[in-house]
Design a protein around this ligand. Structure first.
Ligand SMILES: Nc1ncnc2c1ncn2[C@@H]1O[C@H](COP(=O)(O)OP(=O)(O)OP(=O)(O)O)[C@@H](O)[C@H]1O
Length: 898
């Protein structure tokens, strides 16, 4: 609505305009001067003065200098984003200008939005605020500025101006406003006066105007609202979750927060100390130490520009889908998944029919069950070993057994971490004993081999030939792994004879062990075959018994050589045994239908979380942190390398509590900085988190904040979204439209009985043309389909239908974003989480109900809430019964609703 201004308001806006534009000029000029005066703080400035200056100092200065240059560049383009006038308790007024970046010197009242004073830009008129110096001020006036450099000077577009008795008003162009003022005084021509009057009105609007979305990418929102702003500023070491309906700015807040927390200049002193400590221990700069998880690749692309605006570098490398990251962790870091080099236990299979429904319904209990079981199994292994050592014949073994026994019993109260600490004390004694025993057993075995070589020099070559023929056979029975000699070189010997020697030693050891433990070696195993081939050419029976007893002691003593490593590395194998046990009584798993070596992605999450939590429990202890390089704890080192100063999760409700807990476990234990956002009504996965309790399981001290102002959608679409939640039985959420924002839009439109593609395509083409007419330009438009297979065909048909008006339609196959410009894009619905468009069409929603009965309501809700203003849906038949009650919200086209 155009505004007829009273004299006072008009004078006020003119004053603001004059002052703001001249301030833009001054700030930009100062920034430009700094940018071009050639003075830098970096190495060039220092090197000539003192060649001994340390390289880290130079590096630091270079970084500062680089950051300063970046700030000047930003200020030269965008001198300020807000102007705020405050009054202190003595009645003194002060005007602040707020900018996006670090301010340039010479402007005492210019502050960064990231600084505490920046909050002023988000506060409503009349709000009291305590400045960092303790002074209490009240906000009197506020203007949100969008600077634009024109050929003839600075302007600000769509400036929102507000004071106690003025506005909020939106001024399209501050510059035009001042030009009109100047023009009025000189013209005497009545026609010109009338025209001028009208253009003044056309330049100023009541309230805040919604802007049209023209690009594919998250919109720039330089100033947050006061609730978002409060969350964005919360300290770094928090566990935060923002919940809120679609379009309330959850992702926007998350990105702004990351930008602020990466800028060390705006961290609190304590926080700066913390991150310096973490960085010096690990050598990773704070700016690079973050990781964000998104559910789709497309969302990652969509957010790219928003990250760039925040000055966040290399965002591409640090935004990951869990699917990718999980595989990488499990395969390359923790050896859970098999690799071509022979490591790893499992093969990951997406559709593995291993899980019963209760595993999906109660994942946290499933995890607790396994974790308790495996901890118990591990402790049993230790106790079993200790008992055997205590009963050994050799007194030195007995006495070590007794010491280990008391270490175990004394620490049993304090959990695993204290067990490991107690065992660490005995480590060197265990190492000595094992080394001595090994020397003896190796000596005996090699003596037997030498005997054979003396008789027949070709013995090893013959064995090598025999082994060659065995290559295809299963090398070892997987469940015998536990008994394997742990001293073997994992990469394997390089020469034929060395390989044969290795095989000989292994087989003879297995034979000796079996003689001592009265267990037989499987004849079909590789060792069994070699033993058969050796026949009488191994050790004598007496030696076998003696060496066997020695080897058994070694095996049990080895359990104490590197208990932490053994505990962590053994988790996948323990998982396999646990699964086999639970399968028998059909608990969590189906009894049959899959192989022991295969693993479902959700099972892999359980294994990973067990590893991460076990490691996290240890690394968070000060004594472990202190001694992390000692042999007792060194096996935790690789896990430290995966910790990040900040972990962020967008669309958190698409991830299971187990997945979220894995991500949480990647947050550095010193900072525990975790920030997630989501909406339970938008959960698009069967396994996603369903309730706040699921999230409290991840972090009992999760601070859950709700934001409720729905910025994306027009009034009509917002009402429909709420009606949809009521119709499908989702959790009712409170959502309000921004006060003062012009949220009026048009009703969504519906096409039923669209049986064939031609009908749908022509209808879509007509609606798209209507939108262009309405808006005056082509905004960002998306079309969602239920299946990937139809994406290309629909895009092509629509392209043909719209060719006459030169509207380009692109197929986004497999959720790949194509450019940012305002084309029409066609997607499979599964990729569109978190995106927004000015217009969205959802084709064949009744088919969606058939394709995804369990998630139909959620998909529909997510799909329809992507549209800001224009929403169209089509049905092959009629509107599904579940949402029949929404019929009254729909129109047929946008001609009628004009
Ligand atoms: N304070 C604000 N003032 C005006 N617009 C805002 C504000 N905060 C966010 N927006 C706008 O609202 C829209 C939605 O923002 P965003 O995508 O961050 O919401 P979301 O809550 O993450 O949505 P979804 O739940 O659909 O993922 C964006 O266009 C954003 O620019």
């Amino acid at each position: 609505m155009m505004q007829s201004l009273n004299e006072n308001s008009r004078d006020y806006i003119e004053k603001v305009a004059t002052e703001a534009l001249s301030q833009f000029d001054n700030i930009a000029e100062a920034a430009n001067t700094k940018l071009h005066d050639g003075q830098t703080l970096g190495s060039e400035a220092l090197a000539s003065i003192n060649t001994l200056t340390s390289s880290t100092t130079i590096q630091k200065l270079d970084q500062i200098s680089q950051a300063n240059r970046e700030s000047y560049r930003i200020l030269a383009d965008e001198p300020a984003i807000a102007r705020v006038v405050v009054m202190d308790e003595k009645g003194e007024e002060r005007t602040y200008y707020i900018c996006r970046t670090t301010p340039v010197s010479g402007f005492p009242n210019l502050a960064s939005y990231r600084a505490p004073v920046g909050r002023l830009a988000s506060l409503a008129i009349g709000t009291e605020f305590t400045l960092p110096n303790g002074k209490v001020v009240e906000v009197l006036e506020r203007a949100q500025l969008r600077p634009a450099a024109r050929a003839d000077g600075w302007d600000s577009c769509d400036t929102v101006v507000e004071a106690e008795h003025v506005g909020p008003l939106t001024v399209e162009s501050l510059r035009a406003l001042l030009a009109e003022v100047a023009g009025e005084e000189v013209t005497e021509d009545l026609l010109e006066q009338l025209l001028a009057e009208e253009s003044v009105k056309a330049n100023i609007f009541d309230g805040v105007r919604r802007s049209v979305i023209t690009k594919m990418g998250l919109r720039d929102q330089p100033v947050l609202d006061q609730y978002q702003d409060e969350i964005f500023r919360l300290p770094l070491d928090k566990r935060l979750l923002i919940l809120g309906p679609p379009g309330t700015g959850k992702t926007t807040t998350l990105i702004r927060r990351l930008g602020q927390k990466l800028d060390t200049a705006f961290l609190e002193e304590g926080e700066q100390r913390q991150i310096e400590m973490v960085a010096s221990a690990r050598g990773v700069a704070h700016a690079n130490s973050w990781l964000m998880f998104t559910p789709t690749e497309l969302l990652k692309q969509y957010l790219k520009e928003a990250f760039a605006r925040e000055g966040v570098p290399a965002s591409d490398l640090r935004i990951r889908t869990w699917q990718d990251y999980r595989r990488e962790l499990a395969r390359n870091a923790f050896g859970v998944l098999r690799t071509a080099t022979g490591g790893g236990t499992f093969v990951l299979k997406d559709g593995l029919p291993s899980l019963r429904p209760e595993a999906l319904d109660r994942p946290t209990q499933w995890f607790d069950d396994f974790n308790a079981w495996q901890r118990n199994a591990y402790m049993q292994e230790l106790h079993e070993a200790v008992n055997i050592l205590r009963e050994a014949k050799a007194p030195e073994v007995q006495s070590l057994g007794a010491r280990l026994h008391s270490a175990l019993t004394q620490s049993s109260e304090g959990g695993l971490a204290s067990t490991f600490s107690s065992l660490a004390v005995e480590l060197s004694k265990v190492q000595d004993l094992v080394a001595r025993l090994k020397e003896t057993s190796d000596g005996k075995i090699k003596a037997a081999l030498n005997l054979q070589l003396n008789r027949n020099r070709g013995f090893l070559d013959e064995l090598a030939r025999f082994i060659d023929g065995l290559q295809q056979a299963q090398t070892t029975d997987v469940d015998d792994q536990d008994d394997l000699d742990e001293e073997e070189d994992p990469t394997g010997p390089r020469t034929v004879r060395a390989a044969a020697l290795n095989a000989y030693m292994q087989a003879v050891r297995a034979q000796a062990r079996s003689a001592a433990s009265k267990r037989t070696v499987s004849k079909s195993s590789r060792n069994g075959k070699i033993i058969e081939w050796l026949a009488e050419r191994g050790m004598t029976e007496a030696d076998q018994a003696e060496v066997g007893a020695n080897l058994l002691v070694q095996t049990y003593a080895r359990r104490f050589m590197n208990p932490v490593k053994r505990y962590l590395d053994g988790i996948p194998r323990r998982y396999r045994t646990f699964r086999r046990e639970r399968q028998q009584n059909e608990s969590w798993y189906h009894n049959v239908g899959f192989e022991a070596r295969d693993i479902h992605p959700l099972e892999l999450d359980i294994v990973l979380l067990t590893i991460l939590r076990a490691a996290g429990d240890l690394t968070s202890r000060p004594n472990v942190q202190r001694d992390i390089d000692s042999p007792a704890w060194a096996s935790l080192q690789p896990i430290l390398g995966h910790y990040r100063n900040q972990i962020l999760v967008d669309e958190a409700t698409d991830f299971s509590p187990i997945q979220l807990a894995c991500m949480a476990a990647l947050a550095h234990p010193r900072l525990r900085s975790f920030f997630a956002c989501g909406d339970f009504n938008q959960r698009l996965t069967a396994w996603g988190a369903r309730t706040s309790d699921d999230l409290k399981w991840v972090f009992p001290d999760f601070d859950i904040k709700e934001i409720t102002i729905s910025y994306r959608q027009s009034k009509q679409l917002n009402e429909m979204a709420r009606a949809m939640i009521r119709a499908v039985g989702g959790a009712e959420q409170y959502a309000s439209l921004p006060v003062h924002m012009d949220s009026a839009g048009v009703a969504p439109v519906l096409l039923e009985y669209a049986i064939d593609e031609i009908t749908v395509v022509h209808w879509l083409a007509d609606r798209i043309r209507e939108i262009e007419c309405f808006v005056g330009q082509l905004p960002s438009i998306a079309i969602f389909l239920n299946v990937e297979d139809e994406v290309v065909a629909v895009a092509e048909a629509l392209n043909t239908a719209l060719a006459e008006h030169n509207i380009q339609v692109v197929a986004c196959r497999e959720g790949q974003a194509v450019g940012q410009e305002s084309n029409v894009r066609v997607f499979d619905i599964q990729h569109i989480k978190g995106l927004e468009f000015e217009a969205a069409f959802f084709v064949g929603i009744d088919r969606l109900a058939e394709l995804h009965p369990a998630l139909f309501d959620k998909c529909l809700y997510v799909g329809t809430t992507r549209a800001a203003t224009y929403l169209g849906v089509t049905c092959v038949g009629k509107l599904p019964a579940a949402i029949e009650s929404l019929r009254s919200h729909f129109g047929q086209d946008w001609h009628q609703s004009d």
